[in-house]
Design a protein around this ligand. Structure first.
Ligand SMILES: [Zn+2]
Length: 184
């Protein structure tokens, strides 16, 4: 990623809106915007293995582990506008548990890319499945999308909800219901 390259493009975007990129308030905007975009997409420069970094611990726990209300901020790949909300993540260990902070970091890694909510939900579920080899993983995401809230048909209060269920959560209705009860 090249900050000055990004900044140069932001200068052109500002010019194309009809603004003067040389005026005082905008002089440093391209560079600030470039740095912001770099941060919003830093997930492309991270890898699952380095995020997990050995924080997998042997355990005989076989009850559902649930992490609630993981706040995230992402960018929709259709409009490059933010969508943001909370993720609920659960898994049923199969001999190994994952450090709790790692689950939030996995959500962040996939959120800080150009995304659609459905894909983000799936990315997180599959990542947790692959690192823990869990008996099941459930991820539920609620988010508000600026591309719905700010443009055309303003729908300020609509939230989108997505979920992905793997393994035991997919196969067993009672496991799935337990999860849905716990996150309510
Ligand atoms: Zn969008």
């Amino acid at each position: 990623m090249n900050t000055s390259d990004l900044a140069r493009h932001f200068t052109e975007i500002i010019r194309a809106t009809g603004e003067d990129p040389e005026r005082e308030g905008l002089i440093k905007t391209p560079e600030r915007a470039a740095k912001a975009i770099e941060f919003f997409t830093q997930g492309y420069r991270q890898e699952l293995s380095e995020i997990v970094n050995g924080a997998l611990f042997a355990s005989d726990i076989d009850e559902m582990v649930i992490v609630r209300d993981i706040e995230f901020y992402s960018l929709c790949e259709h409009h490059l506008l933010p969508f943001f909300g909370r993720a609920q993540v659960a898994y049923i260990p199969n001999g190994r548990v994952l450090g709790l902070s790692k689950i939030a970091r996995i959500v962040d890694m996939y959120a800080r890319r150009l995304q659609i909510q459905e894909q983000l939900t799936k990315n997180v579920a599959e990542a947790i499945q692959s690192v823990t080899d869990a008996r099941g993983v459930a991820v539920q995401v609620n988010a508000s999308h600026m591309c719905m809230m700010m443009r055309g048909v303003s729908k300020q209060n609509s939230e989108m909800s997505t979920s992905v269920m793997l393994g035991a959560f997919r196969k067993s209705e009672s496991t799935r219901n337990e999860f849905l009860q716990l996150i309510r």
